[in-house]
Design a protein around this ligand. Structure first.
Ligand code: HEM
Length: 437
């Protein structure tokens, strides 16, 4: 990455503007020919836009960001994800520039890597995310959720308020604490993680423009240097001392993968938990079913992932290509909206309905092909435990202010502010025990 102090563009160049929200861009005039995935209108009504585009295009085109495509059919999204020759992963977050580190390695291996390097970059991470080590984290994750709920519900249980923010007080902290423990960094660095994530995922290009001392690269360079000197039992040390064919990993590789784990491990899961609670707040029958029928919970978790899939990735067209009747130019961006594929009526019965006990549910929330999510075991465990603990403690709740719910913009979609009114947490208060898990 390069860092400049250039303040001449309209992009957020002032580090102090990190929390200011997305950079204003021209409003979208037509979703089929001028879409912008960071437009607030897209965050607000993406599923309707996908439905309209499926009828109208179904591969939308925009001149923004130097040329961007948006396929919305399940079949197109899957075909692009599988065709790694035509569609390179060298850039996965759309912005005005183009990636500086060339294929096949890219900025954040393995997600930005193409074959054959991709396999090497992915393989040495696999053991840490396999089912057994992730299962071993279930109880500590449960403990984290309980501690957060204790703090969040203090005011409610003392009778001072009946409104809490489920995103600010609960969902955003769970994946931060889990990934901080895995990387071996203090949990208190969570606020810093969220600043990096916000810049990388919600303000296209902003992370490239901050001063080095304020950047995620600086944060990670320091940690990697410390672990090189004094290895610990954590992922940063594992990567710092790993070898490929007898050679240590390049520093940029280690740093890029650490950055990836922070972004991929936090924003995604935080969004999935938040969207699930947003749904539960509005659907008393689904709340009741979850509480009364433990057997439905694994199906419910998959349906939350299908219906509220948070992650849209991107590809770069490697060379001029024809796709679904369109001429795509080398270096065009292609957004890969896995959430849109999950709502395609050609692929799912009653695709637009949330069916808590859906049996056939081969959703693509975790992507597909060689880049399929490496953290899916961890994500499923965190989502399940977070919901189990919330629903055990707060079986009845509703949106306190539907207009006050703030959704993220950009490629990861989920509620960032979620005020809810607690209707009943009495059972937990009286017995002090967990009544339904
Ligand atoms: C609900 C939560 C999550 C969702 C929906 C999700 C979704 C995805 C998707 C769609 C991809 C494919 C990207 C592509 O095709 O370009 C992906 C890749 C990846 N995810 Fe996740 N993810 C989640 C949680 C996590 C967690 C908790 C971690 C680990 C800390 C993680 C680590 C990764 C990594 C390392 C990759 C890159 C894999 C590769 O390129 O081989 N994800 N994720």
């Amino acid at each position: 990455m390069t860092y400049t102090a250039d303040t001449s563009t309209s992009e957020a160049t002032d580090p102090g503007a990190d929390h200011a929200g997305p950079t204003p861009r021209a409003p979208v005039t037509d979703w089929a020919t001028d879409f912008d995935h960071v437009d607030p209108g897209y965050a607000a009504r993406a599923p309707e836009i996908w439905d309209e585009l499926r009828q109208e295009c179904p591969v939308a085109r925009s001149e923004r960001y130097g040329g961007t495509w948006l396929p919305v059919r399940h079949t197109d999204v899957c075909a692009i994800a599988k065709d790694t020759d035509t569609f390179s992963s060298n850039g996965v977050v759309v912005h005005d520039g183009r990636p500086e580190i060339p294929p096949p390695v890219g900025f954040a291996p393995p997600i930005t890597s193409d074959p054959p390097f991709h396999r090497i970059a992915r393989e040495f991470l696999l053991p840490a995310f396999a089912p057994k080590p992730i299962e071993a984290k279930r109880e500590s994750t449960r403990e984290t959720c309980r501690e957060l709920l204790d703090d969040l519900l203090t005011g409610v249980e003392a009778g001072r308020t009946d409104i809490v923010d489920a995103a600010l007080g609960y969902t955003q902290h769970i994946p931060v604490r889990v990934i901080a423990d895995m990387l071996g960094v203090p949990r208190s660095d969570g606020d810093q993680f969220r600043v990096f994530i916000h810049r990388i995922m919600e303000q296209p290009g902003a992370e490239l423009k901050v001063e080095y001392e304020d950047s995620i690269d600086f944060y990670l360079d320091k940690l990697i240097a410390e672990r090189a000197e004094q290895p610990q039992d954590d992922l940063i040390s594992h990567m710092t001392h790993a070898t490929i064919a007898g050679q240590p990993l390049e520093h940029e590789h280690v740093r890029g993968t650490c950055a990836l784990l922070i972004v991929a491990g936090v924003d995604t899961t935080w969004s999935a938990i938040g969207a699930s609670l947003w749904h539960m707040a509005q659907h008393p029958a689904d709340r009741r079913r979850w509480v009364e029928d433990p057997d439905v919970r694994p199906f419910a978790v998959e349906e939350f992932l299908r219906f509220y899939a948070p992650v849209t990735m991107a590809r770069i067209v490697a060379e001029d290509a024809e796709f679904a009747g369109h001429s795509m130019r080398a270096n065009d961006w292609v957004l890969l909206p896995f959430p849109a594929a999950n709502r395609d009526p050609e692929a799912f019965e009653d695709a637009g309905e949330f069916v808590i006990d859906r049996m056939r549910n081969r959703h693509v929330a975790f992507g597909l092909g060689i880049h399929r999510c490496l953290g899916s075991n961890l994500a499923r465990m965190e989502l399940t435990v977070a919901l189990e603990e919330w629903m055990a403690r707060v079986p009845d709740f509703e949106l306190a202010d539907p207009e006050g719910v703030r959704w993220s913009t950009g490629q990861i979609r989920g509620p960032r502010e979620l005020p809810v009114r607690i209707l009943n947490s009495a059972a937990t208060r009286i017995s002090g025990e967990n009544p339904v898990v």
